[in-house]
Design a protein around this ligand. Sequence first.
Ligand code: HEM
Length: 452
Amino acid sequence: MNPSELPSPPGPTYRGFYRRSVGSLPDFLGDKLAFFTKVWKDHGDIATLRLGKYEMILLSHPDQVRRPLLENASNYDKQTPGYQQVAFVLGNAVFTNDGEDWKTSRKVFRPAFTQDQIRGFTQLMLTTAERLTDRWDQPVQIVEISTEMTRITFEIMGEALLGSDIQDHVDAIGSSFPPMLEALNARATQRLPLPGWFPTRTNRTLNRALGDLHRVVDEVVRQRQQLAANTNDFRDMVSYLLEFRTEDGQPLSVERVRNEILTIMLAGHETTGVGLVWSLYFLSQHPEAMEKLYAEVDALEGPLRLEDLDRLPYAKGVFYEALRLHPPAWAFSRRALEEDQIGPYRIKKNAVMIIAPYFVHRNPKVWEDPEEFRPERFLPNAEKKDRFAFLAFGAGPRACIGAQFATNEAVIVLAAFVRKFRWKFVSPTPIKPTTSFSFRPEGTPMIELTRR
Ligand code: HEM
């Protein structure tokens, strides 16, 4: 049947001139998670809603996300409002590009993520995790855990990407990221999407942070071009960017190198840091899981080594289960280039798909007792799930390039942490996620660390 003859997926109806013009925009600008949850509960696993001029399709089941992510992936691109905001800040690069530009980026990074390379990066993770967790050397200490975890993942990413010779610059990049992210979030939620040059306070903060970041990254690249040899145990990622030549022998432009660096820097540390904080949080709420993890980690001898990764399946289960319940990329988007069909429904040309790992992961048709925290779901002997049931790292040709990197890193940081400390969350208010750029905990969650 021709898709044009099919009905659109069900969804809210809009009555009156105002509602017909804005659709669900006012609800969306409030509590996004509550709003999408209501749409899912009221209308099911595939639902249509309208945000201003955009028709959005919320997809919450593996059978529906498979179509835009894999089966008909070439009909869907990333020219969506969400990705346009990201591109506005980070410039066009691997995360936001489509077509030939995207293929070039993947070609540049492919050799940087081989098994051998990942082994080199893992060695770096081992030393950094030990060094950084050693900083908390008091018998009892209170720390702001989101900042601390993000600092660890940022340092690891900085060195894997840029090498160890430019530590001062990595620090400078680190201090420009938080204001940039804050401004990005503020832009994403403003009612009137003003252009970047418009002198609002948010745009001014954003442009200042971006100016600082561009200056530092350009300086790093200049220095790296002058360094004779890479002095690390692994080849850092920037060397692949600098050595890359297009088919007609041209290097990547200065702007493109900068965009790719900023993109990997952001995509590669914020998400893993957030996943680690949620892992610690869920463990603190589930003493029986915490004890299993202590037992697994205490069975290891001597300093943590690369080989220990295979002996930490429960730690990996904890991280993945935290990503299932609180996926850092809780929803991401695609635009339909041409009309399509998903299930019995018509997808109109230009409709925006909201692919929602958060709802797929909590769908009772897919996961048994989905609200329960059970790391056992991800142990090697657990029942195998549909590939599209766990979407924390996306799926299909545009799946996360750094999934293995992030997994090794999280398991190592978790193991290093658990070996040294017991902890409890001591914030006076309940810990809940924000739906900003990532699904990080609201505010500044504090934990009390006790040396074991
Ligand atoms: C827990 C950690 C991480 C999570 C939850 C995560 C999640 C994701 C998701 C969901 C996507 C797909 C987005 C889409 O299809 O629209 C993605 C793509 C991507 N991720 Fe990750 N990521 C993580 C860590 C990393 C790391 C460590 C790196 C780099 C070292 C990285 C680099 C990328 C890149 C470059 C893409 C774009 C791939 C493409 O479009 O071809 N990510 N990530």
